[in-house]
Write a protein that binds this ligand. Sequence first.
Ligand code: T3D
Length: 264
Amino acid sequence: MDFQFISFDISEGIATITLRRPEVLNSFNERMAMELQEAIRKCAIHDEVRAVVLTGEGRGFCAGQDLSEVLKSEANPDPKGIAEIVREHYNPIVLGIRDLEKPVICAVNGVAAGAGANLALCCDFVFAANTVNFVQAFSKIGLVPDTGGTFFLPRLVGIAQATRMMYLGEKVSADEALRLGMIYAVSEPESLMNDAKAFALKLAQEPTKAFGYTKALLNASYNNSLDAQLELEAKYQEMAGDTADHKEGVNAFLQKRKPEYKGQ
Ligand code: T3D
């Protein structure tokens, strides 16, 4: 698939995905959603990708669903049903990011609203420019939160804050988001991409196979009993113990040198 509404490039082990519909604050039309799904699949299959940075072009990160695409009009006589949009556009993106056994760092360069806010929150790390607001905009148009928001947000900030954000649709600044534990870091706008990429580069030189297994364990912890989770840890520890990175880590420790991890 040719990319029209995102850009995708791989350099130094980092895949950078940029949402590119800046004139509508990178809100999602169908094509952009499909392109993002495809880019995430590429990140999974390319072994040289050891971390992913997701960002937006222009003054927005992502304003959620492109609202001009959902109503019947002359230009759009047969719009997709709303549940179809959620199931076919957004759900595969969230599952793709969570199932990707590589760290995904979201660099929120501008407003993140509706599905755009929740897209950021399903990533492993969120860096945000200090000018940015997160908005659970759904209630403002009579919808419920989607894109995993009702799953991730209460787990990040607690049910009281999540309920407040979702009912009231208030803007939450990057500083407040950091204070509430919703995001990982706040940057000056001009240093945001450098900060996110430097962090991604640092992760990409670490034992990324073990990060992937850790992500799978964290995902599973949402549903498992303690017994089941302990057993799963044993299984994944066996897999991690078989990696070249584990052997390298132990050898480097014993030889008192810096380890050279390959993500294998
Ligand atoms: O099918 C379904 O609906 C199911 C899926 C739902 C998932 C969802 O994401 S529902 C939530 C959809 N998103 C929103 O409701 C957010 C709408 N946007 C806003 O509330 C505001 O734009 C922001 C708070 C995000 C930013 O405000 P501001 O003042 O910085 O910018 P602006 O002037 O409102 O927007 C700039 C342009 O982007 C403007 O176009 P113009 O006037 O310059 O030609 C605006 O219309 C356009 N834009 C912004 N958001 C969207 C959009 N166009 C289409 N869809 C958008 N979501």
